[in-house]
Write a protein of this length. Structure first.
Length: 477
């Protein structure tokens, strides 16, 4: 049997805290439903110690040479690459995704850190034009200790996406990753530790999410909130952050529209979209969700989509030929099952899947629903699962109206060979990220984030580090 072997614990002031008289959380294997590790949960004293460490860490780290910060990030990236197989196995065993996806995630996380290492050395200010002998300076300074919370869907990358830019900027950070995927986060923190990151700069805690976030956000030590997760939790945390006028980066959910026009390369489009839809069992904030297909090719698209979906090999992420693993936790198959039943009851047709998988794991079959009415719940709430919703449209105006219909605005996808239309779609779609004739939206140098209910601010790109800085002016007359 493959071993699940991370040493689960809290990381505070450079020390690992395991066990003690703390409550514990069972980390489950989503492919079997079995408990495989006990995670200690932070108490109020632990959180206070983490805050004190972050306060100390910031005071020292902000003064370091940016080149030194860059070196720590580059060494951490090298360790992530070196340990990618090990990290991937842990991520698969606690989150469910196929090993090949988990390994790709670790490699992408390394590339993110390499990019941020460069950004650490490109934090420029400005000198304003003034009479000789006088100066006005515009300085960029790190904002202070960051409280970061992130979800379980990319257990390696989500953690790195929070730590990388904060550390590059000269901030300290307290991160609370998901308790459900704690082992991946712990192993990521070990890479930072082994790369020489001073102990007080990054702390990692787990606990009862609402208690931890209230505690950290109420402290005057915390100066920034960075959150990746659902819209309702994001709105709740943004309200808490407003109490202390904290800067925020909110990477929330989406409901990705896909506009497929009748002049696209249909087979290529279908191959690309089916693979992208069911990546990570659909548990991706930028997942393509609503497929609006032009009427002339709708039937062919639906048939091709269903046929490719039925061929997907579902199983444990540890098995070599698995293309889609289980969902990450028991809540997800229940949520998808309810959405499918609701859509059926208002007239949607099931072209593929639609049922839970067999066994004790959290499996759901890759599902395609056609002719889904707008009133179906899945057409309005984020499914966050292996559910593709198909519906026809007639004109480009109709398609843009559908794309912009919901309060979400994260990712959107368009497939058309018409250049004038590509420009129009790029201009008119209300989303933080639009992909045309492809599905890649996440690159180290490209800002990642949403608009409307999908959030505020960007991660990655130069914007990721900039989001951890404050602007100060100094006038010397
Ligand atoms: P959830 O909203 O309960 O939890 C999402 C994450 O936020 C978890 O990791 C959890 O630990 C954390 N969280 C929850 N309450 C918190 C609080 N009060 N303070 C701090 N952190 C808190 O949802 P879930 O059932 O785990 O996941 C389903 C939903 O989450 C989906 O509908 C999807 O919208 C969303 N989600 C989004 C992303 C993303 O990348 N944007 C990732 C994962 C989940």
């Amino acid at each position: 049997m493959t071993a699940y072997d991370p040493k689960l614990g809290l990381y505070i002031a450079g020390e690992w805290v395991t066990g003690g008289a703390r409550d514990a959380h069972d980390v489950l294997n989503p492919a079997t439903g079995e408990a495989q590790g006990a995670l200690p949960l932070a108490n109020a004293d632990d959180l206070d110690r983490a805050l004190e460490a972050a306060d100390r860490g910031f005071k020292a780290w902000r003064k370091t040479d940016p080149a030194e910060r860059a070196q720590v990030l580059i060494r951490t990236a090298a360790l992530l690459r070196e340990r990618a197989e090990h990290l991937a196995r842990i991520a698969t065993m606690e989150q469910g995704k196929p090993l090949v996806e988990a390994k790709g995630e670790a490699m992408f996380a390394a590339a993110l850190l390499e990019f941020h290492a460069g950004e650490a050395q490109r934090i420029y200010g400005r000198v304003l034009p003034r009479p000789a002998g006088t100066r006005s300076l515009v300085l960029q300074q790190p904002i202070g200790p960051v409280a970061a919370f992130c979800a379980w869907n990319f257990p390696i990358m989500n953690v790195v996406r929070k730590l990388g830019p904060a550390i590059a900027a000269g901030c300290s950070i307290i991160i609370k990753p998901s308790e459900e995927t704690a082992g991946s986060a712990v192993e990521v923190l070990r890479c930072f530790q082994d790369a020489g990151l001073p102990g007080d700069v990054a702390q990692c805690v787990f606990g009862v999410p609402d208690q931890v976030s209230r505690h950290l956000l109420a402290s005057p030590i915390t100066r920034k909130l960075s959150f990746t997760g659902s819209v309702p939790v994001g709105k709740h945390l943004a309200k808490l952050a407003a109490e202390t006028m904290m800067k925020t980066t909110m990477e929330l959910g989406g409901h990705g529209p896909v506009l497929v026009f009748d002049d696209c390369d249909l087979d290529k489009t279908l191959d690309t979209l089916v693979a992208h839809k069911f990546r990570n069992a659909g548990q991706v904030c930028i997942a393509p969700t609503r497929f609006h297909v032009q009427a002339g090719i709708y039937d062919r698209f639906a048939e091709g989509f269903a046929e490719r979906t039925k061929r997907l090999k579902v199983g444990s992420g540890l098995e070599k030929d698995t293309q889609m693993g289980p969902m990450a936790n028991a809540r997800r198959p229940s949520a998808i099952e309810e959405m499918v039943e609701d859509a059926r009851s208002v007239g949607a047709r099931v072209l593929a899947g639609g049922t839970r998988g067999e066994g004790d794991g959290f499996f759901f079959t890759p599902t395609v629903l056609a002719d889904v009415p707008l009133e179906a719940r899945a057409m309005n709430d984020e499914p966050f699962g292996p559910l593709a919703l198909l519906t026809p449209f007639e004109t480009v105006e109709d398609a843009i109206h559908q794309a912009n219909r919901l309060p979400y605005g994260l990712a959107a996808y368009c497939f058309t060979e018409n250049g004038r239309r590509q420009n129009l779609l790029g201009d008119e779609i209300e989303a933080g990220m639009v992909a045309i004739n492809n599905v890649r939206l996440s690159w180290p140098d490209s800002p990642f984030g949403g608009v409307k209910d999908s959030g505020f601010g960007s991660e990655d790109g130069p914007e990721g580090v900039a989001a951890h800085m404050v602007t100060k002016t100094v006038h010397m007359m």
